[in-house]
Ligand binder design. Sequence first.
Ligand code: G3P
Ligand code: CA
Length: 297
Amino acid sequence: MKKVFVTSIVLAFLIGASFFTVKLIEATSQEDMLKEDKFLIIAHRGASGYAPEHTLESYKLAKKMGADYIEIDLQMTKDGELVAMHDEKVNRTTNGKGYVKDYTLKELKQLDAGSWFNKKFPNHSSPHYKGLQVPTLKEILKTFGSKANYYIETKHPKDHPGMEKELITLLDQHGLLDGDLAKGAVVIQSFSSESLTNIHKLNKDIPLIQLQHLKKNKKVTKKELAEIKTYAVGVGPKFSRMSKDYVKKVKEAGLFLHPYTVNEKEPAQSLQEMGANGVITNFADILSEEKGKRASR
Ligand code: G3P
Ligand code: CA
């Protein structure tokens, strides 16, 4: 009788332990994106080589092509909505004119953010792109949820006071700051160290990337990189400005290296060999044998 009792206890323990293990695996099954041995494809403004940048279509195509991240530039409207757009002005990527910050969201939504692409890139044009809207960050997060990884840039943060706080609030509201999400599900980048340190004060867990304007005649010092390391996990330089000395220092500092904007396979492969941890590219299929043969919609 005693033997049966002990066996039952052991069995119950084993069943419980295996259930717990399965739950643990489930909870941590999303892949950690920020690892030294991983080479990331970060889709610059979405699959912007194939579709109008910073539209939901562009992000969807990037995901379809297997990008690890969708890159999003943030601006703020007159009425405080975070929207995805690279330029301060709407002129280049819509049929409107003027600064984003002078538009209310309702006004911005009237603009056509797709037709310019059809005119500029007839080889990749699609009737589908005509009349696309400028997406808000809320719409992007709602569309992709935790099924995408986000590489978000605060643009002109001085012109948009409060943008960092609003960004963190929206990420939180969409469950993207939950502890059980993979490390690096959201990365925030900026050329502004002030914007990044503001974010770091608000949330110490979000990995940050310091974008860098490398100058031809001025070497980046170990001291500068050590300072960056106090709030960021990596750096994002223009790839054509990188020197071997720079790469060595970045690696020695223990920072990730995500160069932009790399649109050809060969330089992407060389960068990987040099120790870069990914590339920011307009062509999310850059490393694919099928590059250029856009996935059919
Ligand atoms: O992520 C780096 C890259 O996005 C910075 O350049 O001007 O395209 O935002 P830009
Ligand atoms: Ca950007």
